[in-house]
Design a protein around this ligand. Structure first.
Ligand code: FAD
Length: 516
């Protein structure tokens, strides 16, 4: 008991010392003169929360956290950083901090906790746009879904996980199994309100301030803070037929995936709504087994013993009252000539929300097991279709299987280039079809470096073999690497930075313009 009390006393003392240091922080004292003083936070919990992210690999301590009550509070802060502050400081909007490499952090600067702006979703209709929603940049996609469903409508392009903010995913792209058909989330935005790095508010769209509009979408938070986005909506289905099919042959797997995503321009009844895929290995079975019933698991595991590596195509077809009677027939027609292993097709009929929110159930299980708040040394790549077979041999077989350390899902699915808009900042391979490969690794606190070494080996293999991959949710530390990443877009990216955030204040955690 004595030693327990001493430990608590020591923690409290160090917290108080830390807080008194922060109280005397010159930046904090200067910011107190602003009309946002009551929204500034330096208590240890606020600072600690803003110093970490989902990755639990990078830690950068900000001086202050701003919890704005209105978007104008953010503008006050950014304008002050631009012109009046005697102490230079950077600013990072933070959605949920679901980045994995410190992208939403601001060392010694100010982290703006966007979620304090609360829920704001307004659904409207116009002749030219049909249904659309105006949502706050701070809004979680799960809340957007809940609000729009009240009107019988829904966003059409998603991420696998819905507890991400609109501003956070629009700063990257926002991809999932719907992307082949509707494009990434950035392709489904009509207009935005943005506070630029000079502290000015602008509305932007393809017709109004188009340079800002296209720069911000996929712009890694470099040009402005999104406070509102107008999102495209479609009629909401009620349920989803959710299917998984297994392959041992990579070529059959990719041929079928590519065929399925080629059905994107067709009538709703003839196309799928969602196409993804995964690698199944014994090592990462925890991440995929729960989909299958207890009675199916033994034959699945013995198939894995035979093949070591299996490929799984995952598709969904949504339906409502109108299409309830035909969905089975339509699905059968779409899947009829596929070459999956016979007898290894599994189908479930689930509610639309349960389908979209499927990762939440996994999150809750992992939280219970203490396996959610662990390091996540993720690597996400876009791989050109022409080299995906080489990637399979060189990476999946010769690196991932050989090392046998991979825990967590490994996603692989193709997308259509023509659903992306090249004027936006997001970067993709220059081929009609490209694959996203996501190593969504989770490690222990002591061995994440081992996973990172595997990631480095993957990147080196691609470089050595001329496979022109692009990182999604990119993580680089030198200007040379960023130039290479953006390729022909680098110049425009730099010019937009000079125009919209000339003092390079925003999103320093991306380490594009603020590398130290
Ligand atoms: P943060 O991590 O808080 O911020 C990310 C970046 O965006 C930072 O640079 C930040 O400064 C900037 N930013 C945040 N808000 C704003 C704003 N309002 N205006 C301007 N810039 C802003 N991504 C996919 O595309 N598809 C997926 O299926 C997917 N699944 C995921 C599953 C999980 C479990 C997790 C943890 C992440 C997943 N992601 C996925 C990645 C996710 O989209 C990105 O990490 C995204 O940035 C996280 O959003 P956030 O709101 O937490 O942003």
């Amino acid at each position: 008991v004595v030693s327990h009390c001493m430990t608590i006393t020591l923690i409290l003392m160090s917290t108080l010392v830390c807080q008194s240091k922060l109280l005397n922080d010159p930046l904090y004292r200067e910011l107190l003169s602003l009309p946002i003083a009551s929204d500034l936070h330096i208590d240890p919990e606020s600072i600690a929360e803003a110093s970490v992210d989902f990755g639990l690999i990078v830690r950068e301590i900000p001086a202050v956290v701003l919890r704005p009550s209105h978007p104008e509070d953010i503008a006050v802060l950014v304008a002050f950083a631009n012109s009046k502050s005697s102490i230079p400081f950077t600013i990072s909007a933070r959605g949920c901090g679901h980045s994995v490499r410190g992208q939403a952090m601001a060392r010694d600067g100010v982290v703006v906790d966007m979620t304090s702006l609360g829920n704001k979703t307004a659904v409207s209709w116009s002749q030219s746009l049909g249904h659309y929603a105006d949502v706050g940049g701070q809004q979680l996609w799960i809340n957007v879904l809940e609000e729009t469903l009240k009107h019988g409508v829904t966003p059409v392009s998603w991420t696998d996980y819905l507890y991400l903010t609109v501003g956070g995913t629009l700063s990257n792209a926002g991809i999932s199994g719907e992307t082949f058909r509707y494009g990434p989330q950035i392709s489904n935005v009509y207009e935005m309100d943005v506070i630029t790095g000079t502290g000015h508010f602008f509305s932007c769209s393809p017709h109004k301030n188009p340079e800002l509009f296209y720069s911000v979408l996929g712009g890694l938070g470099q040009f402005g803070i999104i406070t509102r986005a107008r999102i495209a909506l479609g009629q909401a289905p009620k349920r989803a037929m959710w299917v998984r099919m297994l392959y041992s042959d990579f070529s059959a797997f990719t041929t079928d995936q590519e065929r399925l995503i080629s059905l994107h321009g067709r009538d709703r009844d003839e196309a799928l709504d969602y196409v993804e895929g995964q690698l199944f290995m014994r090592r990462n079975s925890d991440s995929w087994i729960s989909f299958f019933s207890l009675s199916d698991r033994p034959r699945l595991m013995s198939l894995l013993t035979e093949h070591e590596l299996l490929y799984c195509i995952e598709v969904a077809k949504f339906y409502d009252e109108r299409t309830r009677s035909t969905v089975d027939k339509d699905l059968k027609t779409i899947l009829k000539d596929l070459s999956h292993i016979p007898e290894f097709l599994f189908q479930k009929d689930v509610g639309y929300v349960d389908f979209l929110n499927r990762v939440r159930a996994e999150e809750l299980t992992l939280r219970e097991l203490g396996l959610w708040n662990v390091p996540h040394p993720w690597l996400n790549l876009f791989v050109p279709k022409s080299r995906i077979a080489d990637f399979n041999t060189g990476v999946f077989k010769n690196i991932v299987l050989r090392k046998n350390i991979t825990t967590g899902p490994v996603l692989i699915y193709p997308m259509n280039n023509d659903k992306w808009d090249d004027r936006m900042s997001a970067v993709i391979p220059d081929e009609d079809v490209f694959y996203t490969v996501g190593f969504l690794l989770s490690s222990g606190f002591k061995d994440w470096q081992e996973f990172d070494l595997q990631n480095k080996e993957v990147l080196l293999f691609c470089e050595d073999n001329g496979i022109k991959v692009k990182q999604y949710l990119p993580n680089y530390s030198s200007e040379r690497e960023w130039m290479q990443h953006f390729g022909p877009k680098w110049r425009a990216f730099q010019e937009s930075k000079a125009r919209f955030d000339p003092k390079m204040l925003l999103s320093p955690g991306q380490r594009i313009f603020n590398q130290n």
